[in-house]
Design a protein around this ligand. Structure first.
Ligand code: ZN
Length: 236
């Protein structure tokens, strides 16, 4: 079984479409949350995910649409973008976000936006010791996660920062983050995604360029914070 991992799309339709076009044939498209927020096309992105029958979990930016009290925890630009997004949401799009689980499963594997560690679902998995604590409790399965916008594999032997597009063999327990489709933060502005082949098992990380100028123009035309446009070109 082959799975596509997409995370942190953040209302960036140009990036999502570039990724969908570049995707090899897979059995399922998994979306690891933060479908909306920051970007200019929340409704278009939700539409597209529904049309490709993606299976998604809820991110903190998605949850903020349903629980605007969370915006107090956001930085001012993220909060401003979230308020803009809330204004353009429709009852159907809110219903879609509300239908998404916080924790998802695919076979014995897990999908989550931030962390499988209850109640720290919005924690950022960033370091090896933290990942090891999670792996020990996870057992022999994979947990696919996002939230940090950084492509990573964590196993009991440590952290791996993927380079290139070769298949990377993974042991039976691993935390895998495909990076961000719509707002990469690892210094590479190209949209990030990953493909998992459970039969090997192995993961391949990929990057695909997209029309950043169009997304930036839409962000500016919408009156969203300028930083959300500028950062796309930097991949930060
Ligand atoms: Zn995010």
């Amino acid at each position: 079984m082959k799975l596509a991992l997409l995370s942190d799309i953040h209302s960036n339709l140009e990036a999502l479409d570039a990724v969908l076009e570049a995707l090899p044939e897979v059995d399922r498209i998994l979306v690891l949350g933060d479908i909306v927020g920051y970007g200019p096309d929340p409704l278009g992105v939700i539409d597209r995910l529904q049309s490709v029958k993606a299976r998604a979990v809820r991110g903190n930016h998605d949850q903020a649409m349903l629980d605007p009290g969370m915006l107090e925890l956001f930085n001012p630009q993220a909060a401003a973008a979230a308020r803009w997004t809330l204004d353009v949401m429709t009852p159907q799009s809110l219903r879609y976000l509300n239908s998404l689980p916080f924790y998802g499963r695919i076979g014995r594997h897990r999908l989550v936006h931030g962390s499988p560690r209850k109640p720290y679902i919005w924690e950022y998995i960033l370091d090896e010791l933290q990942a090891l604590e999670i792996l020990v409790r996870l057992g022999a399965r994979y947990c696919f996660f996002g939230h940090t916008h950084l492509p990573r594999i964590f196993t009991e032997s440590g952290e791996q920062i993927p380079e290139g597009t070769d298949w990377i063999e993974v042991p039976s327990a691993a935390l895998v983050n495909p990076g961000s489709v719509g707002q990469p933060r690892d210094g590479n502005p190209d949209a990030a995604f990953a493909v998992v082949d459970l039969s090997r098992p192995a993961v391949r990380f990929e990057r695909v360029p997209y029309d950043i100028a169009t997304t930036q123009a839409k962000i500016r035309a919408a009156g969203l914070p300028e930083v959300e446009a500028a950062r796309l070109a930097l991949g930060r």
